[in-house]
Write a protein that binds this ligand. Structure first.
Ligand code: HEC
Ligand code: HEC
Ligand code: HEC
Ligand code: HEC
Ligand code: HEC
Length: 215
């Protein structure tokens, strides 16, 4: 009988049997590794339901972050403002703008705009804005130049090693507390020495033990 397949093909099933699981595992590893947050979160900039621009409002118009994120110094979370806050201006500014229609409707019906979350830690990690701001860590240190972003984009990995890098040596990341929302504050030119700041009364001790952040 004529041989249809050359002899070496006898090994193909065995080779496949060995290679496929390896390929499968590599794929799983690859997906797990490269798509895990450390590698995908930086640069994450989802489309928002309303094209709200920080570059315009916080940059050009110079609005302070706390005008809108008004809970950030008191609470764990920095509240995203209700549409009423927008209407403080947009009841009179650009009242005919089509892109602002969802804002007007949301304010009129008292329903929230479905803003898409950009920064998000897993549930098992505990983070609270207020002690960071009280310690004099600026928004820009963790969020980058929001005042230059048309669409908010994640600037830092928010990974455990990122948190710990600062917790081990916070001093270079500290600024005077009245500068926390100043996007242009520059540590190298300001030459701020926290230890010489009379408003600081205690040595900071950011947690490095597991239970500090995994409660
Ligand atoms: C006029 C109101 C307003 C001002 C002022 C403002 N923001 Fe926002 N901010 C918003 C709204 C609305 C969103 C949600 C939509 C979006 O992500 O663009 C948001 C989203 C964000 C987010 C992303 C939240 C998430 O989902 O992870 C960050 C970070 C942020 N703002 C930081 C800042 C900083 C820092 C400043 C000051 C430089 C600032 N904002 C000033 C209204 C404002
Ligand atoms: C020490 C780092 C750090 C600083 C400083 C910081 N943030 Fe954040 N921010 C985060 C992290 C981490 C998250 C994600 C929190 C979560 O998922 O629980 C976040 C989330 C947010 C959000 C989304 C809503 C929320 O709270 O989950 C907004 C809005 C925001 N930050 C605004 C600000 C503003 C405005 C400032 C300055 C006044 C600021 N942040 C300072 C790290 C920081
Ligand atoms: C302090 C006043 C003020 C507040 C508060 C404010 N805005 Fe604005 N907004 C402006 C001004 C001024 C403009 C620019 C108008 C122009 O270009 O003529 C603008 C422009 C816009 C535009 C572009 C409109 C267009 O037709 O292109 C959007 C979208 C917008 N704002 C959304 C928001 C949202 C969402 C909020 C609330 C989170 C908000 N604004 C809060 C003053 C404000
Ligand atoms: C740029 C510096 C910096 C970064 C980044 C940072 N921290 Fe902190 N953290 C501090 C400082 C400073 C304190 C204040 C310590 C004090 O008051 O003694 C602090 C305090 C804390 C505390 C104790 C206060 C409390 O709420 O109980 C926790 C928990 C914490 N950080 C979690 C985190 C987590 C989680 C991350 C990463 C997502 C993070 N931090 C990123 C500087 C930082
Ligand atoms: C300063 C805050 C902080 C401290 C201290 C800390 N963690 Fe984490 N940890 C985090 C954050 C934030 C994440 C989430 C990281 C992410 O989403 O990429 C995390 C994630 C993890 C994960 C999930 C796997 C991973 O790497 O993403 C494990 C496991 C973990 N931590 C264990 C520990 C152990 C064990 C300790 C003590 C030796 C510890 N952590 C101390 C903040 C902290």
């Amino acid at each position: 009988m004529a041989q249809i397949f050359p002899r070496w093909t006898n090994h193909v099933p065995t080779a496949l049997a060995l290679a496929l699981p390896v390929a499968g595992l590599s794929l799983i590893f690859g997906v797990w590794y490269w798509f895990s947050p450390k590698f995908t979160d930086v640069g994450y900039a989802p489309e928002q339901p309303v094209p709200f621009s920080h570059a315009l409002h916080a940059g050009q118009l110079g609005m302070d972050c706390r005008y809108c994120h008004n809970t950030v110094e008191r609470a764990a979370h920095a509240a995203v403002p209700p549409s009423q806050t927008c209407m403080n201006c947009h009841a009179t500014v650009r009242t005919d703008s089509a892109v602002l229609a969802p804002v007007r409707e949301s304010a009129a019906t008292d329903s929230a705009i479905p803003w898409v979350r950009v920064h998000m830690l897993p549930d098992y990690a505990y983070f609270d804005h207020s002690p960071h701001l009280a310690a004099g860590v600026g928004c820009a240190t963790c969020h980058g130049r929001i005042d230059e972003m048309t669409i908010v984009q994640q600037a830092q990995p928010l990974s455990m090693s990122w948190c710990l890098d600062c917790h081990r040596n916070p001093t270079p990341n500290l600024r005077p507390r009245d500068q926390i929302t100043n996007m242009g504050w520059d540590a190298t030119t300001a030459q701020y020495d926290p230890h010489a700041d009379p408003t600081r009364t205690r040595e900071l001790a950011p947690p490095q033990n597991c239970s500090g952040c995994h409660r």
